[in-house]
Design a protein around this ligand. Structure first.
Ligand code: MN
Length: 386
């Protein structure tokens, strides 16, 4: 890998660069061999999703995810959208370019990976998955998505692996599809886009999903979507609902519901992955433990401290957070075995995510774990045959 260090650091503030430079740094290729890169939160969609997503847009309603969906899947009048939906900023213009990238699980995507030295995409169905469809459509499209995903993996077995979609709207059908995804399709786990119809996975009706994930010993990735309707109001302005802030609040809240509800005591071997450097939870961990210890408040049912659940049940990925200090903190707080690299392709570009990883102050052992070894272990991805 020929990463020009000055070029890499050019994108980092002087203060951050100063913090990085004095530390003992392992280069990506200290002995001339490349370090394998497995990217663990990489989105795709299938063309059959577009029509039903446009139906969702036409129906409209208060859901804040409609703002991003309108940009990507488009063709809807402003009147049908929540206020503030019309684009203007560059991120919105960028969102309008994403659909072809999402649809490509062949040459174009592989070209982007090759150009940037990325070995593997762990693929998952893009936000909001099948979770905004009515039940039967959701079940059918989850099945079709997983078939297509498995075909893409079979076409490119050394480059792609995948997390299965499922329809939380029908938890028993979801559990069956999860079983098929692991045992027949040989996929690597599951991904859910946080709430479904404003309900969270601690609700007993979703327990067949948690039970299946635990029994299959395959990780459940909880990916963001915009805050659920009950907490949406203050997120409705300034595009606060999305990747800048609302996604993290929504997903962090989802995780804390799983922890404080005690549902992880019912499913102690459930393995959960969250993105975006842990959705801010590592930074809060001391206070979560202090205020969230077992029995600390009436109504809480957790038997362990939040940090103990993190050690037992959780791993995080770096998706979309290219901050070397946040990475260092996450490693030191959670342990290096709990952190994996991700790009968040195509919502974020590959080159800066690669440059971030290559420039990070990591020991050789840390680099190997974050770059590929943790992903191989957690998602049961076959080691490279190189
Ligand atoms: Mn993502």
């Amino acid at each position: 890998m020929n990463i020009n260090r000055r070029m890499v650091l050019g994108g980092i503030s002087t203060a951050a660069a100063a913090a990085v430079l004095p530390v003992e740094i392992s280069r990506p290729a200290p002995d001339g061999t490349r370090v394998r890169k497995i990217a663990t939160e990489e989105a795709f969609v299938i063309p059959e999703m577009i029509g039903p997503l446009r139906d969702v847009l036409r129906r409209g309603g208060p859901n804040l995810d409609l703002k991003l969906l309108a940009l990507i899947y488009g063709e809807v009048s402003a009147a049908a959208l929540p206020s503030g939906a019309m684009p203007g900023a560059n991120r919105d213009a960028f969102a309008r370019t994403l659909l072809p990238l999402l649809l490509d699980i062949d040459a174009g995507r592989l070209g982007d990976m090759d150009a940037n030295g990325v070995d593997v995409h762990l693929l998952s169905l893009g936000i909001p998955g099948v979770q905004m469809f009515e039940r039967d459509t959701a079940v059918a499209l989850a099945t079709l998505t997983n078939d297509r995903l498995s075909e893409a993996v079979r076409r490119h077995p050394t480059r792609f692996c995948g997390l299965a979609a499922f329809a939380p709207q029908d938890p028993n059908a979801a559990a069956k599809e999860m079983e098929r995804a692991i045992n027949s399709l040989k996929l690597n786990g599951f991904l859910v886009n946080s709430h479904t119809d404003n309900a969270y996975l601690d609700a007993p009706r979703f327990w067949p999903i948690l039970e299946a994930a635990e029994a299959l010993d395959a990780p459940l990735y909880i990916h963001p979507r915009a805050p659920s309707d009950g907490m949406a109001a203050p997120f409705g302005d300034y595009r606060l609902e999305g990747s800048a802030w609302g996604y993290g609040v929504e997903t962090g809240t989802h995780v804390m519901r799983l922890i404080f509800s005690g549902v992880l005591d019912r499913f102690p071997r459930l393995r959960i992955v969250i993105g975006h450097m842990g959705e801010a939870l590592p930074f809060w961990m001391w206070r979560l433990d202090f205020m969230g210890a077992p029995g600390s408040r009436a109504g809480r049912k957790n038997q362990l401290k939040p940090s103990e659940y993190f050690q037992r049940n959780f791993a995080i990925t770096t998706s979309g957070v290219e901050d070397p200090l946040a990475l260092r903190f996450a490693i030191d707080k959670l342990g290096v075995d709990h952190v994996m690299w991700a790009i968040d392709y195509p919502y974020q570009a590959t080159a800066p995510a690669v440059a971030f990883l290559d420039a990070a102050s990591l020991s050789d052992q840390e680099r190997a774990k974050i770059s590929y070894q943790n992903a191989e272990r957690i998602f049961r991805i076959a080691p490279s045959r190189q």
